[in-house]
Design a protein around this ligand. Structure first.
Ligand code: ACO
Length: 434
């Protein structure tokens, strides 16, 4: 007998089935042959929130949540964060290999060349209220790019896809910076092509009256590291949306808008903002035990803790902790770090968190660094969306090139009413449900 199989006995019919096991998985479509009668639809899998369902095969990102391992295209995240720039990592995610010198120059040239926005985008920006959340602005304006680039609908044309990838990776920082400047009532600062990706981003955010903005190298490097850590994370909620929207052959600007909308939620990328709000709410170290008590009583969650996949530690959180120290040498120490460290210490020694394997995730410390760099909490998720765009695009491209993929369309288990009829109305009255 082939040992890479699963034998199933359907007790409803006594029938025996042998299902192949490939890559540690069965195909749920193989269940459909299990029927109680010829007109039975066949057995389905039921898996709300995809707790145990692989929706694709992917060669981009590997995570071992129990061991705390994260690799992009085989490279450990720790090595990429130490030796590479964000743009090199974005290239790696999208092309499968790190760029050589010539490839890197051409890739950087293309990204630098595409950073400008159509002037009309500024009119969209101006339409938002001064206190509009920048994530809402980002979602709306990245979606609006679809209207400027109708060629993006040629999703099966490789050259067109490449152009849209250049544009999206290049323009996300410009959109994000414009959203930030709008919220501050500042004039938009245009890209400076002499600067690196993250230096230029800092320029568009913080340039005031100086002729040439000179970014602090340590901060630009810290941002590079943070961008690398956030660039991809396999089939998370936003990547799943990117693939689902893209599977309808929607163009990549609209698909990215969908993915960014998923990222905005506090259970996903919005958690970094929620962590800062939580630390503000706790106020001082002495209040931590009371706060933890409230978490254990189920009144609220400890934001920045827990992860669907990591049940040991999130390797990104460790790298971020080290980066924080480098940033604080330039900016001065953010006092919230001490509170976060204390919160972590108490939580990691508490049975509630230990039993549930709840550890700090990437968002627990990132906001503290971002705040020290001068960002307000509303910008934190925007800072996540910029690098994640490279990951979304890699996932999108892989999905389009995967011959097994079709429009993403889950099944449901219908639990509503059986067939019923609308009562005939009395003359002069409205129809109502039976
Ligand atoms: N604080 C307190 N308790 C928690 C937390 C938390 N942060 N996270 C999970 N738990 C508890 C749950 O209440 C549950 O307890 P129970 O078994 O007594 O019911 C148990 O731990 C298991 O949690 P689930 O909700 O089943 O875990 P799931 O995998 O569905 O959720 C998630 C993962 C959404 C990240 C969750 O841990 C959470 O809400 N964390 C806070 C928000 C956050 O930091 N999100 C960022 C994630 S990283 C990212 O997306 C970039």
């Amino acid at each position: 007998m082939n040992i890479n199989t699963l034998t199933v006995i359907d007790n409803r019919t006594d029938a025996t089935y042998t299902l192949p096991i490939e890559n540690g998985a069965i195909r749920t479509m193989d269940l459909r042959q299990m029927k109680t009668s010829p007109d039975d639809f066949g057995l389905m899998g039921y898996d709300p929130a995809f707790m145990n369902t692989a929706s694709c095969k992917s060669a981009i990102t590997f995570i071992d949540g129990d061991k705390g391992i994260l690799r992009y295209r085989g490279y450990p995240i720790e090595e990429l964060a130490e030796h590479c720039s964000f743009l090199e990592v974005a290239y790696l995610l999208l092309h499968g290999e790190l760029p050589n010198k010539t490839e890197n120059e051409e890739w950087t040239r293309q990204i630098t060349y595409h950073t400008m926005l159509h002037e009309s985008i500024k009119k969209f920006m101006d339409g938002f209220a001064y206190d509009a959340h920048p994530m809402g602005i980002l979602v709306a304006t990245v979606g609006a790019l679809s209207t400027f680039y109708p060629d993006a609908r040629n999703i099966h044309d490789e050259a067109s896809r490449r152009t849209q990838i250049y544009r999206l990776v290049a323009k996300m920082p410009t959109l994000a910076a414009f959203a930030y400047r709008h919220s501050r009532g500042l004039p938009y600062a245009y890209p400076d092509n002499d600067l690196t990706y993250t230096q230029n981003f800092l320029n568009m955010l913080f340039k005031m009256t100086e002729v040439k903005y000179r970014p602090e190298p340590a901060l630009a490097r810290a941002l590079d590291v943070l961008f690398i850590l956030h660039a991809d994370h396999e089939q998370n909620a936003s990547a799943n949306v990117m693939r689902a929207v893209g599977s309808a052959h929607t163009d990549p600007y609209l698909s990215t808008a969908g993915a960014a909308a998923a990222l905005a939620g506090p259970l996903h990328g919005g958690a970094n903002e929620a962590v800062l709000r939580m630390l503000d709410q706790i106020g001082k170290k002495e209040n931590i035990p009371d706060y933890i008590k409230g978490v254990k009583e189920g009144k609220y969650k400890l934001m920045g803790f827990g992860h669907r996949v990591y049940k040991n530690y999130d390797p990104r959180a460790q790298i971020i902790k080290n980066t924080a120290e480098q940033v604080f040498q330039v900016t001065g120490r953010n006092p919230k770090l001490d509170m976060a460290l204390e919160l972590e210490k108490i939580a990691l020694n508490d049975d509630y968190f230990v039993k549930r394997k709840l550890y700090p995730n990437v968002d627990f410390y990132s906001g503290i660094i971002y705040q020290a760099m001068g960002f307000n909490p509303q910008m934190f998720t925007v800072l996540f969306a910029i690098p994640r765009t490279a990951g979304w695009l890699a996932q999108w491209q892989e999905m389009l090139q995967d011959g097994e993929q079709k429009i993403s369309r889950p099944r449901q288990i219908y639990v509503g009413y059986g067939m019923r009829q609308v009562e005939q109305p009395e003359p002069g009255t409205k129809a109502k449900a039976a």
